[in-house]
Design a protein around this ligand. Structure first.
Ligand SMILES: NC(=O)c1ccc[n+]([C@@H]2O[C@H](COP(=O)([O-])OP(=O)(O)OC[C@H]3O[C@@H](n4cnc5c(N)ncnc54)[C@H](O)[C@@H]3O)[C@@H](O)[C@H]2O)c1
Length: 272
């Protein structure tokens, strides 16, 4: 027994690279018709053409998720081209750093605009199509920072926390209309975004090593490992799961006090 997405249409924001791109590939492999929405025209178009060349029904639609009209136009075009929408994955995202004093209003609005407004716009655009087709499944890409905080990331942490509330609101308000909404919360994943962040340091390798050590599994995750969790939640196999927040983090949030405490605090006593 296996699950598949035959006769299902999936819209994926941020599908040009990283977790979104892995999700595009995974859902294509499982038989979905996929619309890839992204502002990176070159990478998005390139991936869509590559997958179409392999026989998949996939299209690219330019989309700026912080612009409601752009999201609406891209979503409607996707629904028209593929014949409805059954799955929405919101993976578009950016990383910005600063505490509440050093974060400019511009950066605050940019970060919340992409993560939170973007998700709101994507859901508002896709939901009517789902309802018209009898239901659907929404998967929002949060972060371990949906539950916890990384220093100097006020806007990002706030946006990711807010996505938990949005997930639960959608889940509750549309449960009886056969629409499910869930949130995946990745740890550090090997994507262009992680490398962009590491490159802000004079020693990117040390940052990546620190990220790897922060997970109980001792390594950074791969985009397809998140994509598979997204695919499961988006599928009919998750038919009784809604409003859930699922960590996909190699055990990052498991150890009391983090891995440092486990290695040097009382967490290490029994190992001596
Ligand atoms: N990589 C990680 O370690 C990690 C960890 C936890 C959560 N996340 C989250 O996963 C999601 C995907 O991130 P990723 O790591 O795959 O990064 P990524 O940079 O590889 O992919 C993000 C995609 O979103 C697109 N995008 C960004 N802003 C956009 C906008 N305004 N309009 C349209 N498209 C836009 C980019 O062009 C890119 O294709 C993000 O929400 C991110 O916060 C990532």
């Amino acid at each position: 027994m296996s699950f598949d997405f035959k006769n299902k249409v999936a819209v994926i924001t941020g599908g040009a690279t990283g977790i979104g791109a892995a999700t595009v590939e995974t859902l294509c492999a499982l038989g979905a018709r996929v619309a890839l929405l992204d502002r990176n025209r070159e990478k998005g178009q390139g991936l869509a053409e590559e997958l179409a060349g392999k026989g998949h029904a996939v299209s690219f639609h330019f989309c700026e998720v912080a612009d409601e009209a752009s999201v609406q136009a891209a979503t409607d075009a996707a629904a028209q081209q593929h014949g409805g929408i059954h799955v929405l994955v919101h993976s578009a995202g950016i990383q910005r750093y600063g505490d509440v004093l050093t974060t400019t209003l511009e950066v605050w609005r940019e970060t919340l605009g992409v993560h939170l407004d973007g998700c709101f716009y994507a859901v508002r655009s896709a939901l009517p199509h789902m309802l018209a087709g009898g239901g659907g499944s929404i998967v929002i890409v949060g972060s371990v920072q949906t539950l916890t905080a990384v220093a100097g990331s006020a806007a990002y942490v706030t946006a990711k926390h807010a996505l938990a509330g949005l997930t639960r609101s959608i889940a509750l308000d549309f449960a009886k209309k056969n629409v499910r909404a869930n949130c995946v919360m990745p740890g550090a994943i090997d994507t262009p975004l992680l490398h962009w962040a590491a490159d802000l340091s004079p020693d990117p390798e040390a940052v990546l090593l620190g990220c790897a050590r922060a997970h109980a599994m001792g390594r950074i995750g791969r985009p397809e490992e998140v994509a598979r969790a997204i695919a499961f939640l988006a599928s009919d196999w998750a038919s009784f799961i809604t409003g859930a927040l699922l960590t996909v983090d190699g055990g990052m949030l498991v150890p009391t006090g983090g891995m440092g405490f486990q290695e040097s605090g009382t967490g290490a006593v029994a190992k001596r």
